[in-house]
Design a protein around this ligand. Sequence first.
Ligand code: NAD
Ligand code: TDX
Length: 330
Amino acid sequence: MKVLVAGGAGFIGANFVRYLIRSRPDIDVVVLDKLGYAGNPESLAGLDRVQLVVGRIEDRDVVFPLVEQCDIVVNFAAESHNDRSLNDPAPFIYGNIVGCYVLLEAARTYGIRFHHVSTDEVYGSLTIGENRRFQPDDAYRPSSPYSASKAACDHLVRAWVRSFGVAATISVCSNNYGPYQHVEKFIPRTVTNLIDGIRPRVYGSGAQVRDWIHVQDHVQALCEIVERGRIGQTYLIGVDGELSNLQVARMILEEFGHDPDDIDYVADRPGHDQRYAIDNSLLVSELGWTPLYTDFRAGLRETIAWYRDHEDWWRPQKEATEAAYYRHGH
Ligand code: NAD
Ligand code: TDX
């Protein structure tokens, strides 16, 4: 069996490819990735049965022949950072949305199974302190150009299932952490800043809540959904990992043996979503999924150790990433 993994040189895509190669000797993987700033072939280093094709999902001439040769397409490819989408929305619109459309058209043409990796941000912001969590059929209320582009993709997938009978599923996951995440994202940024002797930067008050899941649990859930999920269904993936940004920054400081209040508060993100929270009951009841990383502090400790041990992987991105943050007041 051959799986086309779009965006497989990014954080979650590379962890998915690593998991597939480790656990499924019957599977060959083709990665299609534009190798933008977040795509790193080093994240796939040392893997057998993986072919990397450098190209864009919005390029029909690249996508159609690749999809024709594969049995399943899993789409991770997207510009993925909210802050970047606020500074320049264009690649989010032309890459994420048009690219998803081209992949769907290829899947429709060749009758290929399609899975689309989405985000809880499509549902917008919950209120801090309320009990409610996101449900699969909640209305879409995206806040940023990034989350609006992801919502648009989900609408396309649902329309292609209903109108054209494409065999597709969608997964909506909460904030991921773990190895191979780009140093622009909150946890790796904070960890690598501390390695460099820089205090954590927390946006606004730091009260915003994210529902953290280890990337390993995300990719295992994806395999279950791709293999056994119901066509047309949206599955929510999360592990009850709600924490405020301030709590996460303090835990990281503690792991480094620093004062947990050793934090710089910087300008808030415009339109900042206050809280995300996933109700995973459908995934658990229907597919029997169980997460491995239920202890966030243990997963965080392992992740910090990974960044300490893999400076050669993240160091080349660090200076330019921090320079961009400083230019935008973060
Ligand atoms: P990432 O930015 O680390 O990786 C994205 C990868 O896609 C990169 O390798 C990039 O080069 C590639 N890419 C981007 N646009 C492309 C295009 N037009 N054509 C070909 N390749 C392209 O992102 P990530 O954190 O690994 O996220 C992967 C997917 O999961 C995204 O769709 C994101 O929306 C979704 N997601 C992420 C999280 C999270 O916490 N990181 C949570 C839920 C969902
Ligand atoms: O230095 C920082 N300080 C800070 O307080 C950074 C980089 C972020 N933050 C805050 C903003 C968010 O509330 O931390 C939280 C997490 O920020 P990000 O890592 O940028 O993630 P977020 O915006 O929540 O989106 C992430 O999860 C959902 C991924 O980037 C998306 O791709 C995914 O869809």
